[in-house]
Write a protein of this length. Structure first.
Length: 160
């Protein structure tokens, strides 16, 4: 009887690369579809107890991809040198998306009045600042890990 995980791979290198590309696209499609589903349900006012499962799966997948990417010394496929400028742009995007999401989810008839915007803007500003701090910390971890991975093999043996 063959063991499921010990099957012989009969794909050539090109087929293996194509399969990895298909799996990658499938993963990211599922990831963003789940993120859109959680966001859509949140905006429609679904109780948090119903969102908890999907949000937990999204969080676990995000943590796994982030930790494994850092462990392997990969920041992203498009930007191999993260920095303060890109972190600021991402944090600004988080601020804008959070502000819009909070305004829509807590909408009242008078959402257009400036006095109503104070709560969502302050909350989104806090979210943007927290995002920036986390990205800066992850950037530092990335460069530290990248330096360790770029060391020659003999240096790694002696330094432990």
């Amino acid at each position: 009887m063959k063991h499921l995980y010990r099957q012989h791979n009969e794909l050539d290198e090109m087929q293996q690369q194509k399969l990895l590309l298909i799996e990658s696209r499938g993963f990211w499609l599922a990831f963003w579809a789940l993120a859109a589903a959680v966001t859509g349900q949140y905006l429609r006012g679904v109780p948090q107890s119903q969102l908890a499962g999907e949000a937990a799966v999204l969080l676990l997948v995000s943590l796994y991809v982030g930790m494994e990417s850092l462990r392997c010394g990969i920041w992203s496929h498009a930007n191999s040198r993260p920095g303060t400028r890109s972190n600021l742009l991402i944090s600004l995007a988080v601020f804008v998306v959070m502000t819009a999401t909070l305004l829509v989810s807590n909408s009242h008839e008078s959402w257009w009045k400036w006095s109503y915007w104070m709560g969502p803007v302050v909350a989104a500003l806090c979210g943007g600042v927290v995002c920036f701090v986390i990205l800066q910390w992850l950037t530092r971890l990335y460069y530290r890990r990248r330096a360790r991975l770029d060391r020659p093999e003999e240096d790694q043996e002696y330094r432990g």
